[in-house]
Design a protein around this ligand. Structure first.
Ligand code: UT7
Length: 325
């Protein structure tokens, strides 16, 4: 049986930056509150005519190059996003055409901010059962286009980004184990309406704009801390390892307080954790793969290192992956 291994990573971060001073100018907030309660200073946002598949394509091109393969070598492209260009076609099909990945099947999936872990889990199955050899997992979101800029409790959090990884069949150890889960009883803690007419949901939104994200921040925060610590422990247990064996943990970064509480629960110190929230805010499912690509570039992940990727998100969902690099 072949192992599934990440052989290339890439990211795309849009150019425009919104700092905390910008939010002081549009809602009743201030830099001190945002910094103390979230840890965020800046976030990048897409241009008005820049969409999920545009960013996904750029991150994908970089991951393919990094893997040393060509687009024609891809057997499957999967894209996790909560801000698709279209309900149909799938964004993965648009990216397939942009890349010229003529041999690849393509589909989208949605597990919100947990997307990259879900994507790796899907890719691992197809590689290990021998169906495919090269799979492109992409997460991309333009959360800025779904943000309620009249809601001070959410608008300060979100940024846009795309992250991608090529997962290939390998004789080397790669994705050792993954763990994903969901608790739909918490589904309405984080919502973005599509066709459903729901007056109650609409009323929750400050702008009354049904296309925006609404979140019960406190409830999500509470769920997130335990979900991340538990998922991370699960993958360690599955592999018979402890945090002493782990070189780096890359968590989903929604709020510094969530990460801080989760790592305390894990019993690890911050030097084992990759953090860039201050500069990017919460970039949904793109957070983990774009952080991974940065961590590799900065030399914080080296050949043979064992690392944990762990996230949570709307659904509610959670997941963790234990990799050997
Ligand atoms: O990726 C998965 C999605 N999850 C997330 O992105 C994050 C989850 N949750 C959070 O990050 C935090 O819950 C928030 C940052 C959203 C809010 O922080 P909190 O500590 O849970 O604050 P809170 O909602 O309990 O609000 C405390 C106070 C309230 O005022 P009162 O009622 O005590 O007078 C809010 O109105 O802080 C107020 N507040 C603000 N004040 C200044 C809320 N947002 C702001 C703001 N500036 N931007």
């Amino acid at each position: 049986m072949a192992n599934a291994k990440i052989t290339g990573v890439g990211r795309y971060i849009p150019e425009k930056v919104l700092d905390n001073a910008y939010f002081e100018s549009i809602v009743d907030t201030n830099d001190e509150w945002i910094t103390r309660r979230t840890g965020i200073k800046e976030r990048h946002v897409s241009a008005p005519d820049e969409y999920t598949t545009d960013m996904a394509t750029k991150a994908a091109e970089r991951a393919i190059k990094d893997a040393g393969i060509t687009a024609e070598d891809l057997d499957l492209i999967i894209l996790g996003s909560v801000t698709p260009d279209y309900f149909t076609p799938a964004g993965a099909c648009v990216v397939q055409a942009n890349l010229g990945a003529v041999n690849a099947a393509a589909f989208d999936f949605n597990s919100a901010c947990t997307g990259f872990i879900t994507g790796l889990t899907i890719a691992k199955q197809f590689i290990e059962n021998g169906t495919y050899k090269n799979i492109l997992v992409i997460c991309a979101d333009v959360l800025s286009k779904a943000t309620d800029y009249a809601d001070r409790s959410t608008c300060i959090l979100f940024g846009d980004a795309a992250g991608a990884a090529v997962v290939s069949a390998s004789e080397e150890t790669g994705i050792i184990t993954t763990e994903i889960g969901a608790d739909g009883t918490g589904a309405l803690a984080l919502t973005q309406l599509a066709y459903r007419d729901d007056e109650e949901e609409l009323e929750k939104r400050v702008s009354k704009n049904k296309e925006t994200i609404w979140m019960a921040g406190q409830a999500v925060m509470k769920f997130a801390v335990k979900a991340m610590a538990d998922a991370s422990q699960k993958v360690l247990d599955n592999a018979g390892l402890t945090y002493d064996d782990i070189a780096l943990v890359i968590p989903h970064q929604a709020n510094y307080r969530i990460v801080d509480a989760a790592i305390k629960r894990m019993g690890i110190t911050q030097d084992k954790v990759f953090l860039n929230l201050e500069k990017f805010g919460n970039t949904s499912a793109s957070c983990i793969p774009s952080s991974l690509s940065q961590a590799v570039e900065q030399g914080r992940v080296k050949n043979g290192d064992k690392i944990i990727l762990v996230g949570f998100g709307g659904g509610l969902t959670w997941g963790a992956a234990l990799l050997e690099w």
